[in-house]
Write a new protein. Structure first.
Length: 343
């Protein structure tokens, strides 16, 4: 068991890295096996505000829902930016998904203004204006443009995750590819992650009663409530990652089985895919013929079938049989569609 000085030192180190709420600090304390009570933790958090520290001070900020946040304020937090730092900001600003930036331009401009005021000595304005904005941009190809309401929901969901709050999901759009139309609502869920994938923002949650993973496009969540119930994200993180890694992308799997996926690509396609990330279990090997073999261990879902189908005759499914069958079914459906169109 840590003595008071050691515990307070660990707490200060944590706050220096990132602002914390009482709930998030409590979860971290438990995850780190630091044995102090909630009452003692709160007392320590209040005491450290008055401690003389060499490089700054700890302050508190009252946020939404009367929640207090502890933050470390550096005496010299405005360290001068170099040219590379400013270009990094420019890249982040201009290459960020339009799904986020289009409705948040005002916030981005505020951040830019703050950086300019704090970093005038580093020629922030010169570097920002000397590079025309149109020369660094994202194509926004296949990106969903979220409404003001959906952006507000995103902010609310971020708050719920920051404060480890459970959600009551009351209404979802059943017409999206990741939604389970058979689920009876309302359902209590624990928000675990916000994921940007293939042009859309997804919310990844665990059902409280079964720990089943649910993935919803942000636009599909129509009505939800934030509950007072608090949960420990760290407690469920290993289970969450294990479940998420069973999927290729975000679509639900056809069954509960895990398969060793074996794909054979021609030289051109293999050279392309082997230099990109598709799944955490991916392995590549080039054969003497020049062809490439790709292997993954995961479930089979519609997203995997569509991805393979998109490679046309540049890929051959070596196994498993279920995946081969799904590709055959998709091919037959496509042939029927265009043969009927011709007739």
């Amino acid at each position: 068991m840590l003595d008071k000085l050691s515990a307070i030192t660990r707490i200060i180190e944590k706050i220096k890295r990132f602002p914390v709420t009482f709930e998030s600090m409590r979860d971290w304390i438990r995850y780190e096996n630091i044995e102090i009570s909630d009452r003692t933790l709160y007392r320590y958090l209040e005491e450290i505000k008055n401690l003389p520290l060499n490089d700054g001070r700890i302050i508190t900020i009252d946020g939404d829902y009367n929640k207090k946040t502890w933050k470390f304020e550096y005496d010299k937090s405005a360290h001068e930016f170099g040219e590379s730092d400013i270009k990094s900001f420019l890249l982040l600003k201009n290459l960020a998904p339009c799904a986020l930036t289009q409705k948040r331009q005002g916030s981005i401009e505020k951040i830019e203004e703050v950086l300019f005021k704090a970093q005038s000595k580093s020629k922030f304005e010169y570097h920002m204006q000397s590079m025309p904005q149109a020369q660094i941009k994202t194509s926004s190809f296949n990106e969903y443009v979220y409404s003001e309401t959906e952006q507000h929901n995103l902010d609310t969901l971020i708050w719920a995750m920051q404060h480890s709050r459970k959600l009551k999901i009351m209404q979802v759009d059943v017409n999206t590819k990741t939604t389970n139309s058979q689920m009876k609502l309302p359902v209590i869920m624990m928000p675990m992650q916000i994921l940007y994938h293939n042009g859309s923002i997804y919310i990844l949650l665990l059902i409280e009663s079964s720990l089943e993973l649910m993935i919803y496009d942000l636009s599909a969540i129509k009505q939800f409530d934030i509950l007072e119930n608090i949960f420990s994200i760290q407690k469920y993180m290993d289970h969450f990652y294990a479940e998420a890694n069973k999927r290729f992308g975000v679509a639900p799997n056809f069954d509960q089985e895990l398969y060793e996926i074996k794909l054979e690509f021609n030289n051109s396609a293999g050279s392309y895919i082997s230099n990109r990330f598709w799944h955490c279990t991916q392995r590549f090997g080039q054969m003497s013929s020049g062809k490439w073999e790709m292997r993954m261990n995961l479930g089979i879902n519609a997203e995997l079938v569509d991805w393979i189908f998109g490679w046309g005759n540049q890929v051959k499914v070596l196994g498993p049989e279920l995946l081969q069958q799904k590709l055959k079914e998709k091919l037959v459906t496509m042939m029927d569609t265009y043969l009927n169109l011709t007739q």
